[in-house]
Write a protein that binds this ligand. Structure first.
Ligand SMILES: Cc1ncc(COP(=O)(O)O)c(C=O)c1O
Length: 433
């Protein structure tokens, strides 16, 4: 059955059903949201056949393009052969994937991988293995980071709006200021961040199992630390036997112009977590570490769906596609041009106060007369861009950063067309008197 055959109910009915049968915590973008019924490579299609160039890719997931036949063909082949057994039985795609990651994909001596189903679960596993390895309970994290929705990952999440649980364990995480503050330059903010870390380590460095960081904060508003930041951090942590977990759930698999975001900073983390783009839309997550650290996860643990043949076969197809098409290099080159284009718009429009990012992970901060107007303008831009055929994302602590995380296969002409449309939309914003 194709989507044309499905009984079409339309956006209003979907919103009504979500209200009636879902939980109030979930939200959707747009005053007038389209019903998305199809996707092909860098484009999405709505119920009326209108096409949209997708610059958010389901939040940094569909990096190789929607319904990419080179990938879905192998997913379908596996689906028809063997779908699920659990890891209690022997299947090949999972071990092939783990081997492939160890030999040439993961940095340094990260050689062992445990497969799960989502980013939250990957981080939860990483935190667990860090605790088991160090025999310590507490964690360090950066302010305004996002690491997940499970209890422990929510505890290390620093964005207030994603700390949903009123009963989080206030003792378990110590937050360090992130390497960004609108009132100072990036170098000073990064220095302040590491100074604060030094103070905490001096006081109670031997209580922490790990520090978890996103190499570039995504949900926090595309925060890129200076080149030296993570190597200094790693050296400081090592002195106290604290592991560094790189959360590559958003930055992983070429998005930033390197296979992993942390590679921009010249260090290898102790544990690396991944999800999103590894499956290009099929749920998969994983945490990888060294032989030595992995040896500590030695009590029984298993994920029913983790490493199932379908997600593993899909991930292998994703890795083949990224390599064959040179998508990491493309992200660096074409993504770099996207960022330049956004900087040109910043020079022209006062509503854009900062442009940040690397490769195809770019953000443009919107500022109006006050925080409220900044968020309102961001929504107006998103709505107008959608009407012109461009799906843009948003993030940032004040929900005022336009997020550009397109499929890495997006042709330059479509990026140019988006920049032109954005230029017009920014020019139409009316300033409050
Ligand atoms: C950096 C980062 N870590 C973890 C997560 C949680 O992943 P998931 O929603 O797959 O549980 C996200 C989700 O957006 C993320 O961006």
């Amino acid at each position: 059955m194709t989507h044309e055959d499905q009984a079409y109910i339309g956006p209003e009915a979907i919103v009504a059903k979500r209200k009636q049968y879902g939980y109030p915590c979930t939200a959707n973008f747009y005053k007038n949201p389209p019903q998305i019924v199809g996707g092909k490579m860098h484009k999405l299609y709505d119920q009326e056949g209108k096409s949209y160039v997708d610059f958010f890719t389901g939040v940094s997931v569909v990096a190789c393009g929607h319904c990419n036949e080179a990938i879905t063909g192998r997913t379908i082949e596996q689906l028809q052969k063997l779908q699920h057994t659990s890891t209690i039985y022997l299947t090949q795609p999972m071990v092939d994937l783990a081997e492939r990651l160890a030999n040439g994909i993961l940095p340094g001596n990260l050689k062992r991988t445990f497969f799960v189903n989502s980013g939250s679960e990957a981080n939860e596993g990483a935190l667990l293995v860090a605790r088991m390895h160090t025999k310590r309970r507490s964690f360090l994290a950066l302010e305004y980071g996002l690491h997940g929705r499970t209890f422990l990952t929510m505890n290390v999440t620093g964005i207030p709006m994603w700390r949903t649980d009123d009963f989080l364990d206030k003792e378990v995480t110590t937050f360090i200021p992130r390497p960004y503050d609108a009132s100072m330059d990036v170098e000073s903010a990064a220095r302040r961040s590491l100074d604060a870390l030094a103070d905490v380590l001096a006081e109670k460095g031997d209580t922490f199992a790990a520090m978890i960081v996103e190499p570039i904060q995504g949900n926090g508003g595309m925060i890129v630390p200076p080149d030296w930041y993570f190597s200094e951090m790693k050296a400081m942590l090592e002195k106290h036997g604290i592991l560094l977990i790189a959360d590559e759930i958003q930055t992983g698999y070429g998005r930033t112009g390197r296979m992993f975001g942390i590679e921009h900073f010249g260090i290898v983390p102790d544990i690396l977590t991944m999800a999103k783009a590894l499956g290009n839309g099929i749920p998969i997550g994983a945490f990888s570490t060294t032989d030595e650290i992995a040896a500590s996860l030695n009590r029984p643990s298993a994920s029913t769906f983790g490493g199932n043949p379908v997600s593993s076969a899909t991930a292998l197809a994703v890795l083949d596609y990224i390599e064959q098409e040179g998508l990491v290099e493309r992200s660096q080159h074409i993504g770099g041009k996207l960022i330049e284009g956004l900087k040109e718009l910043q020079a022209k429009h006062s509503a854009i106060v900062d442009v940040r990012g690397k490769g195809f992970m770019a953000g443009a901060e919107v500022r109006g007369a006050d925080d409220q107007q900044s968020a309102e303008w961001t929504d107006i831009i998103l709505e107008n861009m959608k009407d012109r055929g461009f799906i843009i994302g948003k993030n940032g602590v004040g929900r005022n950063v336009l997020a550009f995380q397109p499929a890495m296969v997006t042709p330059w002409e479509d990026i140019e067309a988006m920049l032109k449309a954005l230029d017009e939309v920014l020019g139409s914003l009316t300033h409050r008197k």
